[in-house]
Design a protein around this ligand. Structure first.
Ligand code: IPD
Ligand code: CA
Length: 254
């Protein structure tokens, strides 16, 4: 499947990098923005994917009325890390996942700044360009844990701060990239060992879940069970060594 999509992901990346100062619009919630580039990249992806995969359904961040069925559905974040994008931090990803019967079957995440295409297909491993990815085996005391700060939900800020306070004495350190998709690529590539976010939308994690799982790691709902894709969930991912321990620690804080 990735063969059919490589050109499109690269084209979407080129389009995204065409703007130096894109127009930014507030979406209503705290610090929640969309730019003209988010909209254009999503339009390109949906238009081209509909041609490549006739009948496919779409669930996408800048689309209205998202509803997930059992049909083959692309779950898209045209720019994950929108604030990074318009602040020119060069840390934003294009994320295209696909689910069928509400389970992930494919994921592609493109980093247009580094020209890296991360991809995974169920049962076929996780890759960055042509390089196979494996999660780390770091124990919790040496772990780097990616912090997702749920910036759009004021009611979760105190809990997020408390979580950082509880984690720091237990792990090596925390990191905040500002892109959940990038966190998941980092875990799949063994550059980071876990991540959490108390509320995260399916388009932020869908493609990355398969990438982490195919690289030997685990993802799921912090409060228990697998990740689901209909609506935002408390999300976590980690290497297989520390997943249970990290989950127990996070659950104890809720
Ligand atoms: C955001 C990023 C960020 C995470 C937010 C997401 P967006 O995605 O992934 O790291 O903390 O919760 O919404 O809005 O830039 O596509
Ligand atoms: Ca986005």
């Amino acid at each position: 499947m990735i063969a059919a999509l490589t050109g499109l992901m690269e084209k979407a990346g080129e389009l995204m990098l065409q703007w130096e100062n894109p127009q930014v619009f507030a979406k209503g919630k705290h610090a929640d923005f969309v730019t003209e580039a988010d909209v254009a990249v999503q339009e390109l992806l949906m238009e081209q994917l509909a041609k490549l995969f006739p009948g496919a359904k779409f669930f996408a961040e800048e689309k209205k009325d998202n509803r997930l069925t059992d049909e083959f559905t692309f779950i898209i974040d045209p720019i994950d890390g929108t604030t990074n994008y318009f602040r020119r931090r060069e840390c934003s990803m294009i994320s295209v996942g696909a689910v069928e019967n509400k389970k992930p079957v494919f994921g592609a995440i493109y980093d247009p700044y580094r020209r890296k295409l991360y991809h995974a297909e169920k049962g076929k491993g996780a890759w960055c360009n042509a390089q196979r990815l494996r999660v780390s085996e770091e124990p919790i005391e040496r772990a780097l844990i990616g912090l997702g700060s749920s910036p759009y939900y004021s009611e979760l800020m105190e809990l997020t701060g408390r979580t950082v306070g509880a984690l720091m004495p237990r792990c090596a350190d925390v990191r905040r990239t500002g892109s959940a998709a990038m966190e998941l690529c980092d875990i799949a590539a063994g550059r980071s060992d876990g991540c959490f976010e108390w509320l995260l939308q399916p388009w932020d994690y869908c493609a990355g879940v398969l990438l982490v799982e195919e690289a030997g790691g685990r993802c799921g709902n912090i409060m228990g069970g697998e990740a689901t894709y209909e609506k935002a969930i408390p999300f976590m991912a980690a290497n297989a060594m520390i997943y249970d321990e990290l989950q127990a620690l996070l659950q104890s804080l809720r």
